[in-house]
Design a protein around this ligand. Structure first.
Ligand SMILES: Cc1cc2nc3c(=O)[nH]c(=O)nc-3n(C[C@H](O)[C@H](O)[C@H](O)COP(=O)(O)O)c2cc1C
Length: 190
């Protein structure tokens, strides 16, 4: 088992939770420590994709750790250097915009801020309907930032959702492994 400590933060893009949980299971088989973190939306919204409590139970079973979902639980990531890499998958348009603007008002955005303060890697797996609209500029702001890496992403349904972008969640493990070595998995655009 690999010893690098991975933080796995989920935001409220509920349609991607199944492929994201499959990637989580692969990481949990490979790394000793996969610490789940939930945004306020990811931890509380019951949607047509499933109930929040059921997702939380599945996530805790996969990672064999209780979820962190408060500011006080994630804040020590900074001073105590708790994580070697932080993955945000799925990363919503809302969270992309906050990261681009330097806002840290929830468990996922504060975890990112805490990790980046230590100049340690953060990997983003985008999933948002406005990736080629309002949040194109967020992605453009974040792409060249030091310590930020992207799971390869592209348009998921150009005809029906012409501005939607989604990461290929099956490529999370290889993107995490590369980012731990300071490399961006290529090609970034799938
Ligand atoms: C059923 C459902 C599906 C959603 N899917 C997405 C999505 O795929 N991408 C996205 O950016 N936001 C999506 N949202 C909206 C986010 O959940 C919302 O913007 C929320 O404030 C995000 O908060 P967070 O970034 O802190 O998780 C969805 C909301 C609901 C209720």
């Amino acid at each position: 088992m690999r010893k690098e400590r991975i933080g796995f933060a989920l935001c409220g893009s509920f349609c991607t939770f199944e492929p994201v949980l499959a990637a989580m299971a692969r990481l949990a088989r490979e790394y000793d420590t996969v610490q789940p973190i939930l945004s306020g939306a990811a931890g509380s919204v019951d949607s047509r994709f499933g109930a929040a409590a059921e997702f939380r139970a599945r996530i805790e079973a996969i990672c064999k750790r209780p979820v962190w979902d408060s500011l006080t639980q994630v804040e020590p990531i900074g001073p105590k250097k708790l994580l070697d890499l932080l993955l945000v998958a799925p990363c919503t348009g809302n969270t992309l915009a906050k990261l681009a603007a330097g806002i840290a008002d929830g468990p996922v955005t504060l975890a990112c801020k805490a990790q980046l303060r230590n100049a340690r890697p953060v990997v983003l797996a985008v999933s948002t309907n406005d990736g080629l609209a309002a949040n194109a500029r967020s992605i453009g702001t974040l792409l060249p930032r030091a310590q930020l890496y992207f799971v390869p992403f592209g348009q998921d349904d150009p005809e029906k959702k012409p501005t939607s972008l989604v990461a290929d969640m099956s490529r999370i493990p290889e993107t995490v492994a590369a980012a731990l070595e300071g490399r961006q998995t290529q090609p970034v655009l799938r």
